[in-house]
Structures are given as C-alpha cells and as structure tokens.
Design a protein around this ligand. Structure first.
Ligand code: KIV
Length: 294
C-alpha cells in the first residue's frame, strides 16, 4: 500500500478557462443538483448553475422570478457534487443591474455562501462598468450576450439575436466591451453562426456558444435539454439521451407492479430476527414442543 497521501483534486479556475482559448474546446453544461454535477464533473471544464433552473426545475415561465436564495441553494449543491470543474453561478434578474456596488454585494454573497469560482451575468456594454468593478474586487465574471433570457420582456420572446445590421454591430461592440472590462469568458446565445465566428476571432477571451456555432471556443447546453428530459427544446439543442422516456417508463412499470402487488417482492422485504421467528412459532402452536401424553 502506498504511504503517499492522495493528491487533492485541484479545481479548474476562471483563469484556466481563459487560457484554453485557441488551445482546446471548452466543454460545459448546466447543473442544478449534486448528483448530476458529480456525473458531469469528469467531462466538463465548468458547470453553470444557470438561472434556467427556474424554468427547468421550478416550473416558472421565464427566468425573471428566480430569487438569489434559490441560486445560492442550488449553487451549494453543485459545489458539493463536483470536485474538479469550475462552478459558475448565475446572478439572477434584479440582483446586479442597479449598480456595481449592489452587484458586488450580491455576487460576494454568492461566492461566500456557495464557494463557487465565478459568477455569470447578462448584458454587454451596459454591464461593462459592473464587470470591471467585480473583477477588480476579486470576483471572476462570465458575461452573457445575444439572447439574454432575463430581458425577455424587452426582447418580446426567446428570439434569435443579431439578425439586423444594427443588432449585429451592437453584439460585436458588446463582446468587445465585456472582454475589455475583464470578463474571463462570454456566453453567446442564439446568434447567427457567422457572427459567433467573427466575435470569437476578434476578442481575446473564450466564447461559449449555445445556439451560436461550432467555431466558438466552447459549448454549453442545459443538461436536461440534451438528456431528453425537457418536454420542449430550442432548435439548437441536440438530444444525446432519452432520459424523460426512461423515467416515465420506469414510473409506469412501478405503478403497474404496485397495483398488481408484484412489488415489493420477497427480496425487497426484511425477514424478522431468529428470536422473533421462534417466539411467533411458539405462539401459533404452544403445545407442539411439549411431550405427547400417554
Ligand atoms: O441559465 C442558463 O442555463 C444559461 C445558459 C443557457 C447559458 O444562462
């Protein structure tokens, strides 16, 4: 047996992610729970505790109602489940837009309470000052531009962005602004592939595509979407599994077996102790052990 103590796993950091640009594709998924985080940890460079959890797990129509406390609760679970991947926690709507100092207070709370390695926030040029403020004070920031779901009420729906010349130019400027402000990476969501490619070539930080293009420096998907657990998914999702069907099939079989009294079977039940068994036997046939009378 080796007397060497096991080397503790070093967690991937935000600078490690930034350093992957031009070196190797960055793999990431969302994660909301400890058990799925543990499964994804080996394969992903970072796991995002996305505020999409409000829609995927909690049944909200949009991400707008998601409270900070919910992000912290799921953030803690994911940090406990994964030992290697960088954990990035989304700042929910209303927790950072007001001012850099409000953003710092809430982002610091997320970092302290979850022990995550970075936060993500939505917005380009309008958030540049805040990104700079957070980074200068020790909080690594991932930016998110293109389709920014927290702005759904302004955008008027989950629509592809960057399809007009004005939007295209605005998104290029947004990407440059968040990179200049010190973000360590930027999510590009639902934008035309040529725009994603152009931004990826023009900025110094990694782009993480979701509905963008294979030219991005990395990719992210909502785990439940790619597993086939979400009932409806956007066009950009490729389903790598049929977990929803498997879960429903298992529940259907269970319900049927309960109704048929086929579950639990003997192997799923507990036997009584030998003493209890002897006592029961004696109670059922009290004279059986006595000597027969002549
Ligand atoms: O909330 C989320 O899951 C996200 C990803 C889709 C990038 O922001």
């Amino acid at each position: 047996m080796s007397s060497q103590p096991a080397t503790p796993q070093r967690r991937i950091t935000a600078p490690d992610i930034a350093a992957k640009k031009g070196v190797e594709p960055i793999v990431s998924l969302t994660a909301y729970h400890a058990h799925t985080a543990a499964l994804a940890d080996k394969y992903c460079d970072f796991l995002l505790v996305g505020d999409s959890l409000g829609m995927v797990m909690h049944g909200y129509e949009t991400t707008v109602p998601v409270p900070l406390e919910l992000m912290i609760m799921h953030g803690k679970a994911v940090v406990r489940g994964a030992r290697r991947a960088l954990i990035v926690v989304d700042m929910p709507f209303g927790s950072y837009e007001e001012s850099p100092s409000v953003a710092f207070r809430n982002a610091a709370r997320v970092m302290k309470e979850t022990d995550c390695g970075a936060v993500k926030l939505e917005g380009g040029r309008r958030m540049a000052e805040t990104i700079r403020y957070l980074v200068d004070r020790g909080i690594p920031v991932m930016a998110h531009i293109g389709l920014t779901p927290q702005s759904i009420n302004v955008l008027g729906g989950f629509k592809v962005q960057g399809r007009t010349d004005a939007q295209w130019a605005a998104l290029e400027a947004d990407a440059q602004a968040v990179a200049d402000a010190g973000a360590f990476s930027v999510v590009l969501e639902a934008i035309p592939a040529p725009l994603a490619e152009r931004i990826t070539r023009s900025i110094a930080i990694p782009t993480i595509g979701i509905g963008a293009s294979a030219d991005c420096d990395g990719q992210i998907l909502v785990m439940e979407d790619m597993l086939g657990l979400s009932p409806r998914v956007p066009k950009f999702v490729k389903k790598y599994g049929t977990i929803g069907e498997q879960i429903e099939g298992a529940i259907r079989d269970y319900a049927e077996e309960v109704k048929q009294r086929a579950f639990p079977a003997v192997e799923h039940t507990y036997a009584m102790s030998a003493t209890q068994a002897a006592a029961q036997k004696a109670a059922v046939a009290p004279n059986s052990a006595a000597k027969p009378r002549k």
